[in-house]
Structure formats: structure tokens, C-alpha cells
Ligand binder design. Structure first.
Ligand code: ADP
Ligand code: MG
Length: 699
């Protein structure tokens, strides 16, 4: 019954009608009673107390006062007219001010009659004033339904213009809550409510709109956030479960000759424990019979490549092909050279395919892929083209996931009649719980240990005015045989200016270091020129690499030990951390110098302080998340976590974890929600899925 009532189009609510219904739909995406009830305030005004004029203080926030208007006058000023009212109570006098709407006020205001006024106050030449106060006759005030904590709803310009004020929405909310009789069916299991001492559904909805007091408001908020996150997690976990039940994967049950030969005879170093653990996890996945979909997180330099290689060797051992996709040409080439070198004794056919592969070679690669002659294909987006067909692709590795979208991941799946196993690698650490919400359908592995013998990079912040000292430092390091990166920001909107900065920088460096060889790499160069310059630096033929952020991802030059970042205040934290990760790869002590001007915003200062105080990518990610919110994080657009109505996945992380725990517990016990005692959850869940309130994930 109540379900049907809640589906009633908003048009039929008293005070709405077709026009307003249209507006609600367009502006707020509200079309039914239920939508309206689920439209939550974003803050509350506490109207529990009254002030006296004599108690007002400068900088007090919104206040509520009872008094009378004794006089109205127009004041003419250069900027325009304003209407000013003298307002008094038994303790003093203040002014109410209107800059517009004079006529209405003049015609409707009752002089010497008690009013309740509400608003923000200003203090100017010894007098308090309140611009555009909310006014209500004390007689009306007493008659109207009173709410101590007044909800303030999100609004839009158009709604304001059409007269749909906060007060109107409050009225409609009261109306809809009255009509639906507050008989909302409970949507969480009674045992869980009991166990967590959660407020019931109906009480929560009432108190979220019209809280009786702070405590009930807090309880209502907690319960609704928990519920929201619970269902998101329930869906993510169920998808993951179903995926494992349904999507058959190639069963790599053999650890064969190639893997063993490599592991026993050609591994250039001992794996770290973290690497060993992750290889084991991947082996487990690929031998489980279900398709692997795994995210491998590991800080820059943690050694993800070797893990990728060993996973690919497992595919080869089971008579499958493998591919490795990287976001840039430079990175693909580097992976190609690196893997060829590692596999030199294994007699494998490893090929490189990028946008600049020549037609003849490209054709040959296409043929050899289809005939199965190529074992491992490395490359850029070029791998995704339809013409690229494998004989039997068993594993696809994607490096630096944040450069690829979910859709591209899905495209790789289609390269086979059975989707290949997928290993996604990223060096952008995101807090684990957040990762779980973003990539619900992925399992997660973490390499949380750097290879032994690495010296932590020393990071300092220097102002431009200290440039001479920095240059002297660079000279010293080059004399010791080291190589140096100097990186300039590249921000799309001002590409031309950035280019000029880079070129100016290059010229002044060339002047400062006349005896040294300098490479330059930037986005406007032809790929071939880029590679040439990059290659000179990799081989040690040049001492300094002047570059934009194109070198951010993955490039490996162990002899480079100094990273200078120009205009460091213009970089985001994760980018700074990525850039810093280019050094500290060899045995020598490495340095990162963040150059800035003197004028710094608070956020910039926080970023610089974070960089100089820690090398830990996860710690940096936490700060980054707090500074920026989840909006800019990879994948958040696709994942829909931002469409949450009330919870905030950063601020409410503790609730998120708890919600995940309980969702997991429930599914362990009853994966298909068949148990009678979970019928409440099942109903709520089906409705959410049906209404697409929980988003639909690709794949
Ligand atoms: P990333 O995780 O950033 O992709 P790489 O795979 O490029 O890191 O590894 C960084 C460097 O560390 C490479 O030079 C690699 O050969 C080296 N390396 C990786 N694992 C180990 C290890 N277990 N012991 C020593 N060096 C390692
Ligand atoms: Mg890498």
C-alpha cells in the first residue's frame, strides 16, 4: 500500500501541480513522493533560542529576535535606494535593511506590532543591522507548526527565481510526510537495527527533515548514511560474487617450464615478500576457474613490472598469449625493452605495437598474433583496435589504470570468446576502503614494501630566490656522475604559456650548464624525436632532462638521482609523488627539490609540507583525498559513488567500513538473499536495483 503511495507523481501533492512538478523533475530530479522524501537538507538552522538586541555580538551567525518595527524610511545613496526599518525590543535598537522588494515591504509591514525576525547581522558605525530578514508576525509564529531545527534544502538559481524557496520546500515536505502517514516500511533487518542500535526508518526520515533535537538528528543521519552505504556495498559484493560464479575463466592450472625456468635461473633479484604474496594471489585467481579481475596497487618503484611478467609467463605455460598495455608510447617502449632483456634467455616472441608502428610491421604483428607466433604483445591503446586479434589471449595486463577508462577495460574483454584474465596495475595509491568502493568488481592486491637497499628520497622545498644554491647543488651531483630531471608544469588550458615556461627554462639551463648535454622532452614533439631524446637520457648520454610531465609515468633511469620540480605549487599531490618516484631507483642517495614562488595558498603549503615529510604513497593519498575530495580520483565518475545522497565516502569512511562488514557478513550467510529473515533487505535491494538508484556498473 504505502509502496504505491510513495510512487505517486509529485504533481498530485497539494501545492505542486504540473508546472512545479516539471521544475522539480528538471532541477532536482524529483518525480515521486518517494523522491521528495529522499531529498535531504544539507544543513540546519538552530532556532531553539532567541536573542535580545543588547546581546548581539559582532560576527554572530544567524539570530532570531522578537521586537517591533517603529519606523520605515527610504535612504538614497549613490549605489541605489535602500529601505531601512528601525527595529526595537526592550533592550535596544537595530536596523532592518532591504535593497529590493521595497514596495511589498511598505505595503505589508505592520508598524508597532510584534514580529519574530531571523537572519544574519552586520555591525557598522556602532549599529547592528540585518539585511533582508525573515519576518513573521508573532501571532502567526505561534500558530504555525514549529520546528526547532529548521532544515535548509539545496536549491538552484531557477528554483529561487520561480519562487520555490526553502520555506515552500519545507511546507511540501510537511505535507508529504503527513500524507504518507510516516508508515515507511523498514529497510534494514530488525536484528541489525537492534545490534547497532540504529534509529528506525520512519523516525529517521522524520528527523532528517524536522529534527526534534541534535541527538535525534545525529541518529537519523547515522542510520541513513549507514543504510545508503550498506546497499552500495551489498551490490558491489554481490556483483563480485556473481562474477566469480558466472564468468568462467581460463584455468591456468599448470606452473610450467617457462615460469620455473625464469624463476630459478633468470630472476635478476630476489622478490620481496610483498611481490611473492601478490604472485601467489594472482596464481590462485588464474587457477580458480573463474575469470581474474585484479587491481594491483603498489607505490612507484615497488616492482610491479616483474609481477606482471611472471603472471604473463603463467599464461604462456598454459599455451595462451598475454599482452601488456601502457598509457604512453615512452612507457610501452620502456616496458618492451625491459621485458625483452629479462626474457632474453627464454626464447620468447615479444613484440611492440604503438601508434607509430609502421604499416608493414603492423601487418606482420597482426598475422603473427592470429597464428599464435607472438607470445607477448606490449603497446599502447593501439592494442584495443579491432584489427588486433589474438589466437588465444589468456591474460591482459593494464599498467597505470587511471589513464584508462572502464570502457577500455571492457574492450579488452571482448578480445576472446572467453574473457581473458585481467590484471590492472596502478601506482596511484588510494585508501583501501575507497578502492573497494570504486572497484567493487575488482579484487585488490597491494605491494606494500619497496625492494631492499633503497634509500628514502630526501625532499626539500626551496623558493625561487634560492635558485643559485639549487643550481650549485645540481652541478655537484652531475660531477659525481648523476643525472638530473627538471620538470615544468603542463596544464592544458594554458598550453602555450607552459610551453614558453619550458623553453625559457631550457635556455637558462643551457646557459648555466654549457659543458653538459641536455635532453628536452615535451608533448608537442613528434614521438620519434621524443624517443630519441628520452633514449639519450636513458643511455646516460645526457646529464639533464628538461621535461614536462610526460615523464611522469613509469620511466626508469636508475642513475638519475635528482628531481627538480619547477612551480611545484601548481602540481597536485599525487602528481608530485609520481614525479618524485622517477628518482630513488638506484643505489645512490636521491633528492627531490620542490621549487616555488613566495606566494602560496594554504592548500599548496599543505601539499608541500606533506611531500617533504613523507615518502609513503598511501599517506599522501589520504591527504590528497582530504584536500580534493573523491571527485578527482580515478574512476569516481564511472562508479557513481559521488551520487550518494547523504553519505560522504571520505568523511564517513568509518561508517563505510562498518557497512561493508555487515553487508559481507550477510552475504556469506545468504549469498542470494533467499533466507526468510533477509526478506526486508531483499525487497529494498531489488527496488534499488530496479530503480537504478544503485548505479549500473559496466562489465
Ligand atoms: P613500478 O612498481 O613503479 O612499476 P618497477 O617494476 O619499474 O616499479 O621496478 C622499479 C625498479 O625496481 C626496477 O629497476 C626493478 O628492476 C627493481 N626491482 C623490482 N623488484 C625488485 C626486487 N625485489 N629487488 C630489487 N630490485 C627490484
Ligand atoms: Mg611501472
Amino acid at each position: 500500500m504505502i509502496q504505491n503511495l510513495l510512487q505517486t507523481p509529485i504533481e498530485y501533492l497539494k501545492g505542486v501541480g504540473p508546472n512545479r512538478a516539471d521544475l522539480f523533475k528538471k532541477e532536482l530530479n524529483i518525480s515521486t513522493y518517494r523522491d521528495l522524501i529522499n531529498f535531504f537538507p544539507n544543513r540546519y538552522i538552530d532556532k531553539t533560542g532567541f536573542y535580545k538586541v543588547a546581546q548581539l555580538q559582532q560576527n554572530s551567525s544567524e539570530v532570531q529576535i522578537v521586537g517591533k518595527i517603529v519606523h520605515l524610511k527610504m535612504v538614497e545613496q549613490k549605489k541605489g535606494k535602500r529601505l531601512v526599518a528601525d527595529f526595537v525590543d526592550d533592550t535596544g535598537r537595530m536596523e532592518l535593511v532591504w535593497f529590493r522588494g521595497h514596495k511589498w515591504i511598505r505595503e505589508n509591514i505592520k508598524l508597532n506590532t510584534p514580529y519574530v525576525i531571523f537572519g544574519k547581522t552586520n555591525f557598522y558605525s556602532g549599529m547592528f543591522s540585518m539585511p533582508h530578514p525573515e519576518l513573521e508576525l508573532v501571532s502567526d509564529y505561534k500558530r504555525n507548526l514549529r520546528v526547532a531545527m529548521q532544515p535548509v534544502y539545496p536549491s538552484t538559481e531557477l528554483l529561487q527565481k520561480k519562487g520555490i524557496t526553502n520555506r515552500v520546500i519545507m511546507k511540501l515536505m510537511q505535507e508529504v510526510l503527513q500524507q504518507t502517514g510516516m508508515k515507511f516500511s523498514e529497510s534494514l533487518n530488525p536484528e541489525l537495527l537492534e545490534e547497532l542500535k540504529l534509529l528506525g526508518k520512519a523516525a529517521s526520515l522524520f528527523n532528517i527533515h524536522f529534527p526534534k533535537n541534535q541527538e535525534l538528528l545525529a541518529k537519523a543521519q547515522f542510520r541513513l548514511k549507514f543504510e545508503e552505504l550498506f546497499y552500495v556495498q551489498l551490490q558491489l559484493l554481490r556483483r563480485n560474487l556473481m562474477h566469480k560464479q558466472k564468468i568462467k575463466g581460463f584455468n591456468f592450472d599448470k606452473v610450467g617450464h617457462i615460469f620455473n625456468d625464469f624463476y630459478s635461473n633468470h630472476l635478476p633479484f630476489e622478490l620481496t615478500n610483498a611481490q611473492k604474496r601478490v604472485v601467489k594471489e594472482i596464481r590462485g585467481d588464474m587457477g580458480s576457474g573463474a575469470q581474474m579481475n585484479r587491481l594491483l596497487q603498489g607505490d612507484v618503484g615497488s616492482g610491479k613490472t616483474i609481477v606482471a611478467l611472471m603472471s604473463m609467463l603463467l599464461a604462456l605455460d598454459n599455451n595462451f598469449q598475454a599482452c601488456l598495455m601502457a598509457p604512453t608510447e615512452i612507457l610501452s617502449i620502456q616496458h618492451y625493452h625491459g621485458l625483452v632483456e629479462l626474457c632474453v634467455e627464454l626464447k620468447l616472441n615479444i613484440r611492440l605495437l604503438t601508434g607509430s608502428t609502421k604499416t608493414r610491421e603492423r601487418r606482420e604483428i597482426h598475422e603473427q598474433l592470429e597464428s599464435g607466433e607472438i607470445h607477448i604483445l606490449i603497446g599502447t591503446h593501439a592494442l584495443l583496435e579491432d584489427k588486433v586479434k589474438f589466437k588465444n589471449l589468456g591474460l591482459a595486463v593494464i599498467d597505470e589504470q587511471h589513464r584508462f577508462g572502464v570502457a577500455q577495460r571492457a574492450k579488452l574483454w571482448k578480445k576472446n570468446h572467453i574473457p581473458p584474465h585481467v590484471l590492472v596495475m596502478t601506482a596511484t595509491p588510494i585508501p583501501r576502503t575507497l578502492a573497494m568502493s570504486l572497484y567493487g568488481d575488482l579484487d585488490i592486491s597491494v605491494i606494500d614494501e619497496l625492494p631492499p637497499g633503497r634509500k628514502p628520497i630526501k625532499t626539500v622545498h626551496r623558493y625561487d630566490s634560492n635558485r643559485l644554491k639549487v643550481l650549485a647543488f645540481i652541478r655537484d651531483e652531475i660531477q659525481k656522475g648523476r643525472q638530473v630531471y627538471i620538470v615544468y608544469p603542463l596544464i592544458q588550458e594554458s598550453e602555450k604559456m607552459d610551453y614558453k615556461d619550458l623553453m625559457d627554462g631550457y635556455e637558462s639551463i643551457a646557459r648555466e650548464f654549457p659543458e653538459n648535454q641536455i635532453s628536452i622532452v615535451h608533448g608537442q614533439m613528434k614521438p620519434a624525436d621524443k624517443d630519441f631524446e628520452m633514449d639519450r637520457f636513458v643511455k646516460g648520454e645526457t646529464d639533464i632532462m628538461v621535461a614536462t610531465t610526460v615523464i611522469e609515468v613509469g620511466v626508469n633511469v636508475p642513475n638519475a638521482s635528482v628531481m627538480i620540480i619547477e612551480s611545484a605549487e601548481r602540481f597536485g599531490l599525487s602528481q608530485l609523488h609520481q614525479l618524485r618516484g622517477r628518482v630513488g631507483r638506484g643505489a645512490e642517495q636521491s633528492f627531490c627539490i620542490l621549487m616555488t614562488g613566495h606566494k602560496l595558498s594554504n592548500d599548496s603549503k599543505t601539499r608541500l609540507e606533506t611531500m617533504t615529510s613523507t615518502n609513503d604513497g598511501f599517506e599522501i593519498a589520504e591527504v590528497d583525498l582530504k584536500l580534493r575530495g573523491p571527485g578527482d580520483l580515478m574512476g569516481t565518475q564511472q562508479s557513481g559513488v559521488l551520487n550518494l545522497k547523504i553519505a560522504d565516502i571520505v568523511k564517513d569512511n568509518a561508517i563505510l567500513q562498518s557497512a561493508r562488514f555487515y553487508a559481507n557478513r550477510l552475504l556469506k550467510d545468504d549469498p542470494n538473499l533467499e533466507n526468510e529473515k533477509n526478506s526486508t533487505v531483499k525487497n529494498a535491494y531489488s527496488r534499488l536495483v530496479k530503480n537504478k538508484t544503485i548505479w549500473n556498473y559496466i562489465s
